[in-house]
Design a protein around this ligand. Structure first.
Ligand SMILES: [Zn+2]
Ligand SMILES: [Zn+2]
Ligand SMILES: [Zn+2]
Length: 459
């Protein structure tokens, strides 16, 4: 199961996950089901509470007639949930949710902890495992001991606690007794070890616990891998080809977050200061003052130089996206403009407003500049780059529809190829319901090729 990497001791962290043999970009290095996972409150009733597949016209959801709080896509999913945890929760949930004890701000934490305990920590065997794993003279459990990643429960117990854990959130009464030591031990490890599950458009839908991934992969702001989700299954996929001995890292926070905010979040939520290559580079560039707010002409010039310099669009003959920041000879001015916290939000809101209003020139400029910034900030093949190329393809296609200009059609095809290249590596092929980014890409590709054929431009 973990043939492609091994945990090795590391000078900076507990351990590092190193690739044990050469792997290609887009390799699945780990594929595991969630030990426990719960839907975000706003997704309740929109996805099945067991398999997380979205409600669709073809497939409705039926509501639990006991608590009225869980929804299922099939009798099978309902039976699975019932056996796993729901029979211990169902009749206690409604009164808990209505009680003064219930804290909506911590509802996800409560639910995740409740599922974990009801499903995995209510048998005598699990209580014994807890006692034997954690009772080592208060030493951090499992620190020096080798960990068996195939055993999710003992791996979970070996995880490091949050640097400043809160007391356990309120829990409902369950039809099993709750050991308060276990509840506070697990709760101290939840906020810094859970993952946010997202669909192929990177929209979050659930929180889940995947102990082997938490225990194995360190953070980097230039990660070599990303996690993607299909229902409750996590896949960790490499973004680049890797040699034996290279480290697999995941982004714990969005690499686009400004440097200071990123470091603060990593320190307060995970207890470390990041010293990755990008952070080192930014420490140096931060010693120069950040450019003052620009007037609209300067801003327009910045947009133009960003995409001319980075994308060389549309004059570039080559079809490939520029790959890494080091390959690009940026002027120091351009380099520093990336440190301006307002640049990314400004570009993305200009792009979405202009696209929404059908102002092609404005959306063209901001959309290309935004792609340039993504290419500079994110590692090669990061899913957001592919999704943005798909967005650009849709923008160009819409303009082609209204103007009929063939060169827009050719450019649409270029963005689709870029999107395909990235999403083949780091995208998710689908989550059911027929509305994945991948399906949307294939559909537009089909339309573009049909148009190109009919205009005799060739494919
Ligand atoms: Zn289901
Ligand atoms: Zn119920
Ligand atoms: Zn970093």
């Amino acid at each position: 199961m973990y043939a492609d990497f091994e945990l090795r001791s590391s000078p900076l962290y507990r351990s590092s996950a190193l690739v044990s043999r050469p792997v290609a970009a887009g390799s699945t290095i780990l594929r595991i089901p969630a030990l426990s996972a719960v839907l975000l409150p706003e997704q309740k009733g929109l996805r099945c509470d067991t398999c997380f597949s979205p409600r669709s016209e073809r497939k409705g959801l039926s509501r639990c007639t006991g608590c009225h709080l869980y929804w299922y896509c099939s009798a099978q999913c309902q039976a699975m949930a019932w056996r796993a945890h729901h029979k211990r929760l169902c009749r206690h949930l409604p009164s808990f949710v209505e009680s003064g004890e219930y804290d909506p701000a911590r509802s996800l934490e409560s639910l995740l902890l409740m599922h974990l305990i009801a499903e995995h920590f209510s048998s005598p065997a699990s209580l014994e495992l807890f006692a034997s794993t954690t009772n080592v003279d208060n030493a951090l459990p499992g620190d020096a001991k080798p960990v068996n990643l195939d055993d999710p429960l003992s791996t979970l117990l070996s995880l490091l606690p949050h640097p400043a854990p809160q007391p356990a959130p309120p829990l409902p009464r369950l039809s099993v007794s709750i050991d308060t030591n276990i509840a506070s031990y697990l709760s101290a490890r939840a906020p810094n070890n859970h993952f946010t599950l997202h669909d192929s458009y990177l929209t979050s839908f659930a929180h889940g616990i995947f102990p082997a991934a938490s225990r194995s992969f360190n953070h980097s702001c230039v990660p070599t891998a990303v996690a993607i989700y299909e229902g409750t299954i996590m896949q960790v996929k490499t973004l680049v080809a890797m040699q034996a001995g290279e480290e697999i890292t995941l982004p714990y926070v969005d690499p686009a977050m400004p440097y200071v905010q990123r470091q603060e979040t990593l320190l307060s939520s995970y207890g470390f200061k990041c010293a990755c290559a990008r952070c080192e580079m930014q420490t140096i560039s931060l010693s120069h003052p950040i450019p003052a707010a620009r007037n609209s002409q300067e801003y327009a010039d910045l947009e133009t130089s960003l995409y001319n310099r980075v994308l060389k669009f549309p004059s570039s003959q080559s079809i490939a996206l520029p790959q890494t920041i080091s390959q690009l000879d940026l002027t120091s001015n351009l380099q520093r403009s990336l440190e301006d916290d307002t640049l990314l939000p400004r570009l993305s809101s200009t792009f979405s407003d202009a696209s929404h209003d059908g102002q092609f020139n404005a959306s063209r400029r901001s959309g290309l500049a935004l792609l340039a910034v993504y290419v500079l900030i994110y590692p090669q093949n990061y899913p957001l780059i592919g999704l943005h190329c798909l967005e650009l393809a849709k923008t160009w296609w819409n303009e082609f529809i209204s103007s009929g200009s063939i060169c827009l059609l050719v450019e649409t095809q270029k963005f689709l190829r870029w999107a395909e290249e990235v999403l083949m590596i780091s995208g998710s092929k689908g989550e059911g319901g027929g509305d994945s980014a991948w399906e949307s890409l294939l559909m537009l590709q089909g339309l573009v090729q049909e148009e190109l054929r009919s205009t005799g431009t060739g494919v």
